[in-house]
Design a protein. Structure first.
Length: 284
């Protein structure tokens, strides 16, 4: 079992590296094509391989509807089957964190289980995503989303948590798969974070009346849960909770138990001079 997991991990990393190399090559060919079409000087970094790239342009063909973007193999077939999400907490959780973890999916009592044993049990059970909630003095303040079996693992700070019971509304938790709204997550990083979040939910039925919104405001993702009803020509919208904010600060290519040994895909650097001016999740 361990040998098979190691082999699958190596194969995944090799496919990802090959896709990234092909993407870089496509970008160089596209840069050369633009320079030739606009009749301007070639970029300095392309001059030593311009002739070879020009020969590749003669055979460069992109099928209709193909974007040429590199895809993460872990999410390539997502959506064909409903995701199987497991939620757990840090050790000895408070009653408030237990209530916050009741989100209508399977929950796992952490107990004394180590991360390695926890991830191995999730893999054996066919779990696609493991969510780990953290708290400080009874206040939920962290969320880790680890996609199985190979990653990625995204770390978020969590703030402003309001429980479903505190929001009020319908009383019972809606169980229907929700429609998703991803607002202003249009940068490269924003799309990556949106992909990680949206694949936690199954494909909804057309008549589902539940909506989950991930709205980016100044690199803080506002998470809201609503249900709607049609009354004649009007639509009534009601918030059912829970309500909270997420801010990503780290994305690793491995799974949760690998920790610092996994490669870092992206890390937030808040202490640089330009950090207050940057908008990472939105292209505008």
């Amino acid at each position: 079992q361990l040998r098979r997991q190691a082999r699958e991990r190596r194969e995944y990393l090799q496919r990802r590296a090959r896709e990234q190399q092909q993407q870089r090559q496509r970008e160089r060919r596209e840069s050369l094509r633009r320079a030739l079409d606009e009749n301007r000087l070639l970029p300095t970094e392309l001059r030593h391989e311009a002739l070879a790239l020009q020969k590749e342009l003669e055979f460069d063909f992109q099928a209709p509807g193909e974007t040429g973007d590199s895809h993460d193999d872990e999410y390539r077939w997502a959506g064909l089957e409903p995701p199987k999400v497991m939620v757990t907490t840090s050790r000895d959780p408070s009653s408030r964190l237990r209530l916050f973890a009741k989100v209508g999916v399977a929950r796992f009592g952490r107990g004394r289980a180590e991360l390695g044993a926890l991830v191995a049990a999730c893999r054996a059970a066919g779990v696609t995503d493991l969510l780990l909630l953290h708290e400080t003095r009874g206040r939920p303040d962290g969320l880790t989303v680890s996609h199985l079996p190979h990653g990625p693992t995204a770390h978020f700070t969590l703030s402003g948590a309001v429980l479903r019971q505190e929001v009020g509304g319908l009383g019972g938790a809606p169980l229907a798969a929700p429609h998703l709204l991803l607002l202003r997550l249009d940068s490269t990083l924003g799309k990556r974070v949106g992909t990680i979040l949206k694949h936690l939910f199954p494909v909804p039925r057309p008549d589902s009346r539940r909506v989950v919104t991930f709205a980016n405001e100044d690199d803080v993702i506002l998470v809201r849960n609503h249900v709607y009803r049609r009354r004649g020509r009007t639509v009534e919208l009601e918030e059912v909770g829970p309500r909270f904010q997420l801010r990503p600060y780290l994305i690793r290519l491995g799974t949760l138990e690998q920790g610092d040994t996994a490669d870092v895909e992206w890390r937030w650097h808040p202490y640089t001079a330009t950090a207050p001016k940057r908008r990472l999740l939105s292209a505008t």
